[in-house]
Design a protein around this ligand. Structure first.
Ligand code: 2HG
Ligand code: ZN
Length: 473
């Protein structure tokens, strides 16, 4: 848009939201214009901080009238640049719309504003012995609107599903500024197209989620957590099968880290490795979690027995069982440190793929061979949610000195891994979405009816193409 049109839009937005609701100074905008990895950065016309759904609606209507593009933004914890402006958009930060609207302990639902953090929502639920079971390391920053717009996954998907499964109702500001109130706190609503599902995972390209009704679950009485060096990926899968049958409703997390990942953390965060006192050199490891609802020793005994037989069969070489909350936190701190630790090597390549669980060994072997053929000084940092078939097939340089070489190989690595995952019947983006990072894979691998349907939905709901341009499609 020409400068005078931008100025006019800023003036109108300021009249609607007040001076403190519109950030125009580059220094104030900066934090909203890039992601935490320093990978994506852009320039917005301005960043707005509306205080209510009505203010969002008013601001969207003003942008639509001016033909200005909009980037909805949550906690900026994403990995594909989906919430970061490119150039000349208005960033809508939802951070000031963060109240608890209501909680219904009997119906086990809560209605929240989209800008509430996931951590705050879980804390509200916990006061009623309930939980919002979305387990991601960034829960302190990630916002409800963001986890809905990206259909966040996490470490307990094998038990509780993706964010999609948690949403019973939504409130969305549509691209023309109208508000769709679909805040229904009921599990059953069989009235035609499940419209809320269209917005979940749409990455801000169809509207702005301003509120949600979320289905909660009873909070467990306690959580049992184990950390185990594992002999091989086949051994890990065989243990998974045993755990699923001995803890059918209790197994919530089955996380895998290859040996290079464990070595990376031991190197970059020695204090976290020391807290675990892992025996021997770095080997692949599992982080296993089960929930107990009985208040007896029964679940613990079953987990214990399954791990002992895993040890006897040689599937795992050790088993550390958390004896305290602090120890459990130490296990998870090690696991959640991986994303940041990769940054320490100067450049990281992210490929968040899923395949049917039985194909994981093939994925790892063939993927590693492909990477070795493309970039000599790269190391596969493979870890993730083995229990649901989702591996973060990431790649780091062998050392900081090789960061530029890896950067040059990134497109070829991404294409090879995306093709491999899709060829094995999986997805080139299991939980992180498409954003800016994976648009070429979407265009290449989902061409035909799938992409056409997406484009038609996009143009039906956002005919002006104002919502989050340059992302997803
Ligand atoms: C995780 O599981 C997140 O830790 C981030 O999905 C993965 O940084 C990554 O690639
Ligand atoms: Zn993940």
């Amino acid at each position: 848009m020409p400068d005078h049109a931008n100025d006019e839009l800023i003036r109108k937005l300021t009249t609607a939201l007040g001076k403190s609701g519109v950030l125009t100074d580059p220094a104030d905008r900066m934090a909203y214009e890039s992601d935490w990895r320093g990978r994506y950065a852009g320039n917005a016309i301005c960043v707005i901080l509306p205080r209510s759904t009505q203010e969002v609606a008013q601001a969207v209507a003003l942008c639509a009238a001016a033909g200005a593009s909009i980037v909805p933004q949550g906690g900026r914890t994403g990995l594909v640049g989906g919430a970061i402006p490119l150039a000349g958009e208005v960033v809508f930060s939802l951070e000031r719309i963060s109240a608890l609207r209501s909680i219904d302990p009997l119906g086990m639902t809560m209605a929240v504003d989209a800008g509430m953090t996931l951590g705050a929502a879980r804390a509200h639920a916990a006061r009623h012995q309930l939980d919002l079971p979305v387990l991601i390391g960034s829960e302190g920053s990630a916002q409800i609107g963001g986890i809905i717009a990206t259909n966040a996954g996490g470490s307990n998907v094998l038990r509780h599903g993706m964010t999609r499964q948690r949403v019973t109702g939504l409130e969305v500001v549509l691209p023309d500024g109208r508000v769709w109130d679909g805040m229904r706190p009921v599990a059953k609503d069989n009235t035609g197209y499940a419209l809320q599902q269209v917005f979940i995972g749409s990455e801000g390209t169809l509207g702005i989620v301003t509120g949600a009704v979320l289905q909660l679950v009873p909070a467990p009485k306690s959580v049992l957590t184990a950390f185990c060096p594992v002999a091989s990926i086949d051994a890990a899968l065989s243990l998974l099968v045993k755990l699923r049958s001995s803890l059918p409703d209790a197994l919530v997390a089955f996380e895998y880290m290859n040996a290079a990942t464990v070595a990376l953390i031991s190197d970059q965060r020695p204090e976290l490795a020391a807290a675990l006192a892992l025996p021997g050199g770095p080997s692949a490891c599992l982080l296993i979690e089960a929930e107990d609802f009985t208040g007896t020793e029964a679940t613990q005994d079953r987990l214990h027995d399954a791990l002992v037989s895993g040890l006897e069969r040689g599937e795992i070489t050790d088993a550390l069982l958390a004896q305290s909350v602090a120890q459990r936190e130490a296990f998870w701190a090690f696991r959640e440190a991986i994303s940041f630790a990769q940054n320490g090597l100067g450049h990281s390549v992210k490929n968040d793929v899923s395949v049917p669980i039985g194909s994981i060994p093939e994925l790892l072997t063939r993927g590693s061979a492909l990477i070795a053929g493309i970039c000599a000084d790269a190391q596969p940092i493979c870890y993730g949610h083995l229990g649901d078939g989702n591996i973060h097939f990431n790649v780091s340089p062998a050392s900081r000195d090789h960061a530029d070489a890896l950067r040059a190989c990134e497109p070829a690595i991404n294409a090879a891994l995306a093709d491999l995952a899709e060829g094995l019947g999986g997805s080139f983006s299991a939980e992180h979405g498409v954003g800016q990072a994976k648009r070429d894979s979407l265009a290449r691998l989902r061409a035909g009816p799938e992409l056409e349907m997406m484009r038609r939905i996009k143009s039906a709901l956002d005919p002006q193409g104002l919502m989050n341009p340059g992302k997803l499609l």
